[in-house]
Design a binder for this molecule. Structure first.
Ligand SMILES: [Zn+2]
Length: 877
């Protein structure tokens, strides 16, 4: 899955695996978990789905194997109301009753113990479509109704009775009865399509072994666009009228698939590939086998209006989901403990193939910023170990956060560098071959990687997975200038105390004697380790403790070395290293190594870097610390600083696209426009943005699609008046392109006039997610988040009726926004901590947000003065 929040879970379960594979005597299942005495070997699901009706109905036929004599067993069904249940053994029908057992389970009780052997279970049921857009749900697009599914992690049970855990990996056969005009799409090609009374019956081919969470169904009057050039038949599937937006997806998919086939050394594993654009959809995308579902605003790109950011998002999300076809679908995690690995691997692999197939996306360098985000989360005391036993099924997907995606990706990348890419690839191929069409655990992957490399990968990797936090590696040149002392400790913010921890860190050191530059990798296992470096002409004059910025660790060294490196960055450091250097500066500010003034001075020097991604890292670093260390009195001087640094960078690029410019420049421009116009208070640019936005809204003249979104948001946030608000509203009346609508809703979230902001909050979206785009934009400012919080309080019942629980748990974050205020925190804690609203995951979310607020206040108290002094001294006014 690709989470929508970011760009973006423990001790393995050898016991469970042994149970699944050998059916040995199992321990009693944990609450909500299924036993293994009675296991399915095949399930046929037949559903009658008419999306114009509020309910659907169906039957499930399950072939069962009873491994040990029992008289009761359970399966999952949560939502479907079962009207009849029939259990049949070799000797005929077995008298059995069903009763709800809580936690989504249905218990079957037979009148007599079931002897070991084969049985069949037949169930009839009926259910309303799910109101939260998960499970099996319906939605309206234009004048037509459609039905879609979203099952990960535990929502297949909302559509039909099943063994809804990933280790029950069995073949399914799906049949649907649907209105004659509907197109039906599932994981496999259609086997037959025949009239059945007023409906038609579509039988899909039997699937290869799949876990329930990877099944998918889409029904409605779809349009399809072929994807030529695949090793199997492929299509993009859209709602009526949207197939004109499918071209870009059809164009980029074949090279991603063939690059993956080449890496894995095996063909795409399923019989066909459909990419389905879903109008109402919470995740970014979902890797259903052979039937990948996407939020429509990601999959569908308007050839005229889609800018570079949109095209990149499409490629990267598609690459991530396609990587899952092998890693996740062909080989599936045995239990949710390894959800992190499933997502980490797909993120790492997705970025790797994106870089290879579409080098202009520059993912190779851009992924450094993702790693930095994960390290920021991991710097907090409320962070968690990436791998933890998953027992409670409530809000399981909360674990699908920056740690599961970006930390995991970075850790895999670090070990790939340590082992060497070819050896790593061999380990991956061996792992897939050994476990294809079955389940596996992370331990199985470490075994394969260790066998390929002759290194104990599992142990070293475990130090990053099983303990929370990120290491800080300090490098110190020793007397004589031929060796370096490396020291590790947990990275925390200044003043915070964490228990002592040790990692096994592959530290890649880059160093120079002034003439030649060399790189050396050592596995740092002790607290302190001295490393003798090969150097022709001592002393070593500079050292960079994270060559290529490939490591998942923060690094530090004496300030003179840091300053030397900053001064010579453009010639000494590669692009990844420069991006990492800039991001590391913000971390060193947090850790108390750098002061506010030093931070702004060093950062400013990177704003003139010729590499757009380095300038982008400067923007991110400013964004991270702005709220904390720019005090209201320093605000005007900060605006001057922004104009002097980022304003000059924008002057070099120009405010509008130039023919033949690199993609990286087009990608950077919107962020610079926003920063210089809004934070830099550049009134000339504000007027320019308004002009661009109005041209776009009125459809007069050509507008650079890459800057439309930024122009709309700048104009709303600065000169936004009633006339501009009405112009956006008018555009929304006719705009049909999902990504364009999302931009317009985000712009509505930027108005600062209180009356307009209130009106914006009252705007009905085409889907619930459009409203979410608005509140997300609004909550990025302090006043805006106050309004969003008030709106949440007023509309909480409506929200809880529409949002899946995992999204409810994230509301406190939006209610706080980018503020550091004790008062707001207390109010948010009081409202969401109330037992009536405290859904699973809320306490964890509140604890994380509280730590953020306290860190922000501490940083302001410590560095606000130093920052203000520097900014004022540098301000010529
Ligand atoms: Zn994923």
């Amino acid at each position: 899955m690709t989470a929508r929040r970011s760009r973006r879970l423990f001790f393995l379960v050898p016991c469970l695996l042994a149970t699944v594979r050998a059916a040995a005597a199992p321990a009693p299942p944990a609450p909500g978990r299924l036993g293994h005495d009675v296991v399915p070997t095949f399930e046929a699901v037949r559903l009658t789905v008419d999306p114009t009706q509020p309910e659907f109905s169906g039957t499930a036929h399950v072939e069962l194997r009873v491994a040990a004599p029992v008289s009761t067993f359970s399966f999952h069904a949560e939502g479907p109301v079962i009207s009849s249940l029939r259990l049949q053994g070799a000797t005929g029908q077995v008298s059995a009753r069903q009763s709800p057992a809580g936690r989504g389970l249905v218990r079957v009780e037979a009148d007599r113990p079931l002897a070991s052997g084969d049985y069949t279970l037949d169930v009839e049921f009926k259910a309303p479509f799910d109101p939260h857009a998960v499970g099996l749900y319906r939605t309206r697009a234009g004048a037509d109704w459609y039905a879609f599914t979203q099952f990960e992690a535990t929502d297949a049970r909302r559509a039909f009775p099943c063994w809804d855990e990933p280790s029950f990996k069995i073949p399914y056969q799906v049949t649907v009865l649907v209105p004659p005009a509907a197109v039906a799409v599932s994981n496999t090609p259609i086997e037959s399509d025949t009239p059945a009374g007023a409906l038609k019956q579509v039988v899909f081919k039997r699937t290869p072994p799949l876990p329930s969470y990877l099944l998918a169904l889409a029904i409605g009057p779809f349009e399809t666009v072929p994807i030529p050039g695949l090793s199997v038949p492929g299509r993009v599937v859209t709602v009526k009228g949207a197939s004109g937006l499918a071209g870009e997806a059809a164009r980029v998919t074949p090279s991603l698939v063939s690059t993956l086939e080449k890496y894995f050394g095996r063909a795409y594993p399923f019989e066909k590939l459909d990419l389905i654009a879903v109008p109402e959809y919470w995740p970014g995308a979902m890797e259903n086998a052979g039937a990948i579902t996407f939020a429509d605003q990601i999959l569908l790109v308007d050839p005229a209006a889609g800018g570079v950011a949109q095209r990149r998002l499409l490629i990267e999300v598609t690459a991530h989901e396609l990587a899952h076809m092998w890693f996740g679908d062909l080989v599936t995690m045995a239990w949710w403990d390894d959800l992190w690995l499933n997502e980490s691997f797909a993120s790492w692999m997705g970025d790797k193939v994106t870089q290879e197939a579409f080098p202009d996306t520059d993912v190779e360098v851009r992924s450094v910023e993702g790693t930095q985000r994960a390290m920021n989360t991991d710097a907090r005391l409320t962070t968690r170990a990436m791998r933890q036993p998953v027992e409670a099924m409530d809000n399981l997907l909360q674990a699908a956060d920056e740690l599961a995606y970006q930390k995991g990706e970075a850790v895999l990348g670090m070990f790939e560098s340590w082992m060497g890419p070819a050896v790593f690839q061999k380990g991956i191929r061996d792992y897939l071959a050994a476990h294809e069409w079955r389940n596996a655990a992370a331990e199985d992957l470490w075994k394969a990687l260790s066998a390929a490399s002759g290194k104990d990968v599992g142990h070293a990797m475990g130090t990053f997975l099983d303990q929370p936090g990120v290491p800080l590696v300090t490098a110190e040149l020793l007397e004589g200038g031929k060796s370096v002392r490396l020291t590790q400790q947990r990275f925390v913010r200044a003043g915070a105390a964490a228990p002592p921890q040790l990692w096994q860190v592959p530290v890649a050191i880059k160093y120079s004697d002034g003439a030649a530059t060399q790189t050396r990798t050592v596995l740092l296992t002790a607290r302190t380790q001295d490393v003798k470096l090969d150097v022709a002409n001592p002393p070593i004059v500079w050292i960079h403790p994270s060559a290529g910025e490939r490591g998942y660790y923060r690094w530090s060294e004496a300030r003179p070395l840091l300053t030397t490196m900053a001064d010579q960055a453009a010639t000494r450091l590669d692009r990844r290293e420069r991006v990492g250097f800039v991001s590391n500066l913000a971390a060193l500010l947090d850790a108390g190594v750098l002061h506010g003034g030093d931070f702004f001075r060093l950062l400013g020097s990177f704003a003139s870097d010729p590499e757009p991604l380095v300038v982008s890292a400067v923007v991110t670093a400013l964004d991270e610390v702005k709220v904390a260390i720019v005090t209201p009195e320093a605000r005007p001087a900060f605006a001057t600083y922004v104009r002097r640094t980022l304003g000059r960078a924008l002057e070099r690029l120009g405010p509008t696209a130039r023919p033949g410019e690199p993609e990286a420049v087009a990608a950077l421009r919107p962020a610079l426009l926003w920063w210089v116009a809004v934070e830099g208070e550049d009134v000339r640019l504000q007027a320019y943005a308004r002009e661009v936005a109005q041209a776009y809204l009125s459809g007069v003249g050509h507008v650079d699609p890459a800057v439309t979104g930024a122009a709309l948001e700048i104009a709303a946030a600065t000169t936004g008046d009633r006339a501009f608000f009405e112009a956006i509203k008018k555009k929304l009346e006719t705009e049909k392109v999902p990504a364009e609508r999302a931009r317009l809703f985000a712009a509505l979230g930027r108005f600062r006039d209180p009356r307009l902001a209130e009106d914006a909050l009252g705007m009905p979206g085409r889907t619930f997610q459009e409203g979410a785009a608005l509140t997300k934009a609004m909550s990025s400012s302090a006043e805006g988040s106050e309004r969003v919080f008030a709106w949440f309080r007023e509309h909480y019942d409506e929200l809880s009726g529409r949002l899946p629980p995992m999204f409810l748990a994230f509301l406190p974050g939006s209610a706080l926004g980018q503020t550091c205020s004790e008062e707001r925190l207390a109010a948010v804690e009081k409202f969401f901590g109330d037992p009536r609203r405290n859904v699973a995951g809320t306490d964890k979310e509140l604890a994380m947000r509280a730590e953020e607020v306290h860190d922000c206040l501490a940083l302001r108290a410590r560095e606000g003065g130093s920052a203000a002094a520097y900014l004022k001294a540098a301000d010529p006014r």
